[in-house]
Ligand binder design. Structure first.
Ligand code: TYM
Length: 328
């Protein structure tokens, strides 16, 4: 069975974008692979985090994985920082990655442009290498991610190729899996920009735990155009195209089917249908989340998960250290 590895940063308030771009794929794929899904808490601290909030967000993330439908019998779920080999391998990989490669990472370049280098941590700059480590530590075959992480998986592939050429076959070559619809869900108020909790204004961003009336309001006031035709055209109709992506993804249909279904509808009617689709998807997730957030199930699953991954990661790390000549 091939291996699947992926994770999400627990920075609080998971968005509909992360659900559609990542979690929905995890749920669909996790039974067909040997799956390792983790909480990327070491990635979260690349930007300042409040201690108590971070702890809560980590636990929330696990509850959300479970509430969305990940089954712990089919996926190993764990917290990244509880396995020290992620950081261990990451350092070795950093020493085999070029500055030029990290300078090309668009996510960092965008942040640097917006915030200026004075406010950014070195961790934010090198985190694509930690991500490579997360992936190849477990010999992943596939990595389901949204479009914005594709470049980081490509960097991972370059690192694998270089390392294997230099030290002999050591790591598997991973491949990204990017969803057909919903790889890049946009901000509802600024549909040229990615929907993201840190960058979006709150009206532009739907959170998985938003209440029904809040979701409805955000979708009904999403920015569109004056054309009143439900046609997919990201260039000229980014707002409507984004809503079509959301609808297509949640209903598991193609974009041309969305066009056909709403050929006689106006924007108000279409937005209502999108809001219904989002609410119908999120309501059962929210109910399940409330059931499990305070249960001991979460710790049981995390204990089992970390027990399973540490020996795997340790073996890999020792193999790498031996190939390089570290230690005795
Ligand atoms: P993060 O936590 O920013 O995002 C988690 C996942 O959600 C996807 N995503 C989106 N997809 C579509 N539209 C959006 N608006 C949207 N916003 C977020 C992201 O593409 C991602 O798949 N570095 C990663 C976490 C990570 C990881 C890994 C992923 C750490 N190690 C190893 C895979 C494998 C990150 O910051 O994602």
């Amino acid at each position: 069975m091939e291996r699947l590895v992926s994770g999400i940063k627990p920075t609080g308030g998971l968005t509909l974008g992360s659900y559609i771009g990542a979690i929905k794929q995890f749920v669909e794929l996790h039974k067909s692979y040997e799956s390792y899904i983790f909480v990327a808490d070491m990635h979260a601290i690349t930007t300042p985090q409040e201690k108590k909030e971070l702890r809560n967000n980590i636990r929330d993330m696990v509850a959300i994985y479970l509430a969305c439908g990940l089954e712990p019998d089919n996926a190993t779920i764990y917290i990244q920082s509880e396995n020290p080999y992620h950081a261990q391998l990451s350092w070795i990989l950093e020493c085999n990655t070029y500055l030029g490669e990290l300078n090309r990472m668009t996510q960092f370049k965008d942040k640097n442009r917006k915030e200026g280098s004075k406010n950014l941590s070195c961790g934010l700059y090198t985190y694509p290498v930690l991500m490579a480590s997360d992936i190849i530590l477990y010999d992943a075959d596939v990595v389901p991610v949204g479009e914005d992480q594709k470049q980081h998986v490509e960097l991972t592939r370059n690192i694998v190729e270089r390392f294997n050429n230099k030290y002999g076959s050591t790591f598997k070559m991973p491949r990204p899996i990017i969803p057909e619809a919903g790889a890049r869900i946009k901000d509802l108020q600024n549909p040229k920009m990615k929907m993201s909790k840190s960058d979006s204004d709150s009206r532009g961003c739907i959170l998985l735990l938003d209440e029904e009336n809040v979701i409805r309001k955000k979708i009904m006031s999403a920015v569109t155009d004056s054309d009143n035709k439900i046609i997919f055209d990201e260039e000229n109709k980014p707002g409507i195209s984004n809503l079509m992506m959301i609808y297509a993804s949640l209903k598991d249909i193609k974009l041309d089917e969305v066009e056909r279904k709403f050929v006689n509808s106006n924007y108000g009617e279409f937005k209502k249908a999108v809001a219904d689709a989002v609410i119908n998807t999120l309501k059962p997730i929210q109910e399940k989340y409330k059931e499990i957030i305070n249960s001991s199930l979460i710790d049981e699953i995390l204990n089992k998960g970390i027990e399973k991954v540490i020996p795997l990661a340790k073996d890999k790390c020792l193999e790498v250290q031996e190939k390089i000549g570290l230690g005795r």
